[in-house]
Write a protein that binds this ligand. Structure first.
Ligand SMILES: [Fe+2]
Ligand SMILES: [Fe+2]
Length: 382
């Protein structure tokens, strides 16, 4: 009996898998390639396009997984911009991922799940997850312009879908598709050559999945067990979704003088905005001044609103000017410099909060901000 037991303990011959080596090599190659992607994206290289949502939009960093890391070193954020012409409204739609908007120009309003939210230049507008939304620019003369971002990761998590309810202005069917017509010959959807049919409406099967996330069905104040704690967690999310502000008025947020510089923190984990995946802030730098120097895991992207200057990322200089988008990949040591002797520089920043949820939050501060004499900038080559 004993001899049989011992024989069973003998190791069986097994294959030697190389997954760890393959991962190490793949990550090394990817890191090298990503590091070579441009940190500063120039407005002239990003064309305006028409889409189902709006007559004018452009994609700074693609939100499509197939284009991930093709042109910019940003992984978790699709970064876009759109213009609403005077008197125009965008397409009406709903998606699981949230979206953060910074209003660059103009004023208008949103309809989110039937409720109106007004916004104006300098505000953050939040489209929370699961929200049926549409943008409106009622001004008869002025365009409104928004810089915005959507988190890319929901598709990898299996919870991504988009329901188009109403198309934006000037919608054209894709080549080869056939219109699906409703009453009065109105286009209510399209059919692809291989028979897929998409209707412009809220999908009932999706709605049934989302009901639990939008309707409080039960209240548990003192959970009796661990299972009830999970039920309570959903109830807290339902309450948060119903009560969180969808617009952060820029004028209501104070500027703070921090070790990183003069910053207006528009969205933070404590600010109670209807966003989970983003932080956002405005930063101003005086002529010839610079920010602090720091490092963090969270990806960050800046839209330069005013001025010209440069970033130093891990010792390498990257020049920027108004309208550019600056990309800061994870764990890169970075500092921003205003190289103009007369004009103040201003940028708005979106930062992914997702890293913090995974235990990679916080900031490692390395050097204080300040007005710097110009010999400081000469250290970086100009
Ligand atoms: Fe949207
Ligand atoms: Fe930063």
């Amino acid at each position: 009996m004993e001899r049989i037991t011992e024989r069973r303990r003998e190791p069986e011959p097994v294959a030697f898998n190389r997954r760890i080596e393959e991962t190490q090599l793949r990550l090394g190659q990817e890191a090298g390639r990503v590091a070579s992607l441009p940190r500063v994206l120039k407005a002239a290289d990003i064309p305006w396009e028409k889409s189902m949502q709006t007559a004018l939009s452009r994609q700074w960093v693609s939100a499509a997984p197939r284009d991930r890391l093709a042109k910019a070193p940003i992984r978790t954020m699709g970064i876009l911009e759109q213009i609403l012409e005077p008197g125009m409204k965008g397409g009406r739609h709903r998606h699981v991922r949230e979206a953060i908007f910074y209003i660059i120009d103009g004023e208008g309003y949103e309809i989110h799940d039937g409720k109106r939210y007004d916004w104006a230049a300098g505000d953050i507008m939040a489209v929370p997850s699961y929200c049926d939304h549409q943008h409106f620019n009622p001004d008869p003369r002025l365009r409104s312009r928004m810089w915005y971002s959507i988190p890319v990761v929901v598709e990898f998590m299996g919870i991504h879908w988009i329901e188009q309810i109403e198309t934006g202005p000037g919608y054209r069917l894709a080549e080869g598709t056939q219109p699906v017509l409703g009453p009065g010959n109105k286009i209510i959807g399209y059919r692809t050559p291989d028979g897929q049919e998409v209707k412009f409406e809220l999908d009932e099967s999706i709605q049934s999945r989302l009901d639990a996330s939008s309707t409080a069905v039960e209240t548990i104040d003192a959970p009796a067990n661990s299972y009830d704690e999970y039920i309570k967690l959903l109830q807290e999310e339902v309450r948060w979704r119903a009560s969180a502000p969808h617009v952060v008025k820029g004028a209501d947020v104070p500027w703070e003088n921090t070790r990183m510089g003069k910053i207006k923190f528009l969205v933070t984990p404590r600010s109670g905005c209807g966003l989970k995946a983003y932080d956002a802030f405005l930063q101003e730098m005086p002529p010839g001044g610079c920010s602090g120097r720091h490092r963090h895991a969270a990806e960050e992207a800046h839209k330069i609103l005013r001025g010209r200057g440069y970033d130093v990322h891990d010792g390498v200089r990257h020049d920027w000017e108004a309208e550019d988008v600056v990309c800061i990949p994870p764990y890169v040591e970075h500092q921003h410099f205003n190289s103009d002797p007369r004009e103040t520089a201003l940028f708005v920043a979106f930062q992914s909060r997702l890293y913090g949820f995974l235990g990679h939050g916080g900031i490692y501060h390395l050097e204080d901000a300040g007005p710097r004499p110009f010999d400081k900038s000469r250290r970086h080559g100009r």
